[in-house]
Design a binder for this molecule. Structure first.
Ligand SMILES: Cc1cc2nc3c(=O)[nH]c(=O)nc-3n(C[C@H](O)[C@H](O)[C@H](O)COP(=O)(O)O)c2cc1C
Length: 336
C-alpha cells in the first residue's frame, strides 16, 4: 500500500520510524530522554485525561511536557466527551505545540473504560468517530493520529473497520497494539490483524506488541507490512533496544543484550538525575525511593541483580545510588 502522510515527514520512502510506546507513569520526559539518546525516532506522552487538562490540573500539564530534543513528539489525550476532547486538544496545541496529537483508543484500565474512554470506545464506534470529528475540527493545523487495540474481545474485532473510518475522517497515522481489551497484557499480540489493518489503509500503520529485540522487530516488519514499529515494555529495562533495532534495520550485524554493568548503572544514575530534575519542583527534596519502579527494570542483566534490587530499596538519595554503583562495579572488577 502506498503511504500517504504528507504532514508526518518521518514516514516515507527509505524511512521506517521506531516509536517509544506511551506508558503511564513510566515514559515521562526523563525516561524519554534516555530512549531518544539510544535511537528512538518518535515519542508520544503518556495518556492525559482531557478533563484534567481543561481543569488546568498542574500534574496533567506536567505530563504533557517535553523537550525540543524529543521532537517529533505527540501528546496523547483520552476521554469520551467530544467537546472536552476538542477543547483539551486545542489547549494542548496552543500551549505546547506538539508535532501531532494522538487519541487513546486502547487503555483497558477499569477506571478508564467505565467512562467509555480508551478501549471502551471500541465497543461504541459511533461515539469514537464523533470524538475524532470534533478533535479534527478543533485542530485543523496539527496532524491527528490514534492508538488502538484490535477490539473489545476476540468476538468483536473492529480494528480494520475502525482504521478505515479513521482514515476517512482525516486521521493521519494509526498505531495498532495487537491485543483486545479483554486480553489486557496477557497472551500474545496478534500480528496477523496488524497486517490486515496495514493492508486496508493508505495512511501509515505502526505495529505494536511484544517486540523484544532487533530480530523480532525485523521479523514483524517483514510479516506485517507496517510503516513503523512501536516498542513498550521491552524498552523499560532496555532503552538500548532502539540502537539495536536501528542497526538491525540498517542491515548491520547486531549482538543482542550486550550492555555491560557500567553502561547499565550509568543509565540508572542518569535516569534518577533526570527524573529528579524534572519532578523536583513538584516533589521537592532529593528522595529517590518513589522512582524505584522506574529504576528496577534497568537492573535486568546486571550480575547479581536480585541482590542489587534488594539494596536499591534502601537508597534514599542520589548519593546512595552512586555509592551502590561504585561498590558493585568495584566488586565486579575484583572478581577472580
Ligand atoms: C505500564 C504501562 C502503561 C501504559 N500506558 C499507556 C498509555 O498511557 N497510553 C497508551 O496508548 N498505551 C499505554 N500502554 C500500552 C503500551 O503503549 C503498549 O501498547 C503495550 O505495552 C504493548 O506494547 P509492548 O508489548 O511493546 O509493551 C501502557 C502499557 C504499560 C505496560
Amino acid at each position: 500500500m502506498s503511504l500517504v502522510a504528507p504532514r508526518l515527514p518521518w514516514f516515507g520512502p527509505g524511512k521506517f520510524p521506531l516509536y517509544l510506546a506511551p506508558m503511564a507513569r513510566r515514559t515521562d520526559v526523563a525516561f524519554r530522554q534516555l530512549c531518544k539518546e539510544q535511537g528512538a525516532d518518535v515519542m508520544v506522552t503518556e495518556f492525559v485525561q482531557s478533563e484534567a487538562l481543561i481543569r488546568d490540573n498542574a500534574k496533567a500539564w506536567e505530563m504533557v511536557d517535553f523537550t525540543e530534543a524529543q521532537r517529533p513528539m505527540g501528546v496523547q489525550i483520552f476521554g469520551a466527551t467530544p467537546a472536552s476532547m476538542a477543547r483539551a486538544a486545542r489547549e494542548v496545541c496552543d500551549r505546547v505545540r506538539p508535532d501531532f496529537l494522538d487519541l487513546n483508543f486502547g487503555c483497558p484500565a477499569h477506571k478508564v473504560i467505565e467512562q467509555n474512554a480508551g478501549s471502551g470506545l471500541l465497543r461504541c464506534p459511533p461515539l469514537l468517530y464523533d470524538l475524532v470529528k470534533s478533535v479534527k475540527d478543533a485542530i485543523p493545523e496539527v496532524p491527528l493520529t490514534a492508538k488502538m487495540r484490535l477490539g473489545w474481545d476476540e468476538s468483536s474485532i473492529v480494528a480494520v473497520e475502525v482504521a478505515g473510518r479513521l482514515e476517512q475522517l482525516g486521521v493521519e497515522a494509526i498505531a495498532v497494539h495487537g491485543r483486545t481489551k479483554e486480553q489486557g497484557y496477557a497472551g500474545l499480540a496478534d500480528w496477523n490483524w496488524i497486517a490486515q489493518v496495514a493492508a486496508a489503509v493508505r495512511i501509515p500503520v505502526i505495529g505494536n506488541g511484544d517486540i523484544k529485540d532487533g530480530a523480532s522487530g525485523l521479523r514483524r516488519r517483514a510479516e506485517s507490512g507496517v510503516a513503523g514499529l512501536m516498542v513498550g515494555r521491552a524498552a523499560l529495562g532496555n532503552p538500548w533496544i532502539f540502537g539495536e533495532m536501528q542497526a538491525a534495520l540498517a542491515g548491520k550485524p547486531v549482538v543482542a543484550g550486550t550492555v555491560g554493568a557500567v553502561v547499565r548503572w550509568n543509565a540508572m544514575i542518569r535516569l534518577a538525575e533526570l527524573t529528579l530534575e524534572v519532578h523536583a519542583s513538584r516533589l521537592g527534596g532529593r528522595d529517590v525511593r518513589w522512582m524505584l519502579d522506574r529504576l528496577l527494570p534497568l537492573t535486568q542483566g546486571l550480575p547479581g541483580s536480585r541482590r542489587i534490587r534488594d539494596r536499591l530499596r534502601y537508597c534514599l538519595t542520589l548519593e546512595d545510588l552512586r555509592r551502590l554503583r561504585d561498590e558493585h562495579l568495584t566488586e565486579l572488577a575484583n572478581l577472580p
